[in-house]
Design a protein around this ligand. Sequence first.
Ligand SMILES: [Zn+2]
Length: 187
Amino acid sequence: MSIEQSLLSRSNESCELCSSKESLRVYEVPPVEAHADKCLLVCKTCHAQLTDENELDATHWHCLNTAMWSTTPAVQIVSWRLLKRLMSEPWAQDSLDMLYLDEDMQKWAEAGLVEINDEATLDCNGTPLQTGDTVTLVKDLNVKGANFTAKRGTAVRGIALSSNPAHIEGKVNGQRIVIISAYTKKS
Ligand SMILES: [Zn+2]
């Protein structure tokens, strides 16, 4: 049986994260091994965000509140990684607190994170930033796609690192935005 066939039968022909039946494809969970146990069947929307083609849409990922209870290890791993990246959302933090991984699973989950962020994300002083840190903006930022300027001096709490080390993600004015890490200072 091909990987795709085994995933289709495991998943009941639906996205293993959000249950969508649209445009399903295989997502190889990094570090990649071509084996069905290390892959997920996901829809186009989930895939684009998993591979950083599109920004993470926090609203879409409320599906993780269900997916994280899957009995498929690869689904739990990917849910854990996504929740970790969405930690500035209180619901994601709550779910992450409830998601228990045993030691081997935890290692696997973190292996993927290290691979995504192998280059350090630095603030304007060259201080490394971590997920969950609070930073202050060191200049006014025009937020693309939203009608406001994030003012210099604004504190951004509970930031998340991005797959791009030059960017962090955080909430300003109740909106989740991407911020250039060099325009922030760790508080
Ligand atoms: Zn999906």
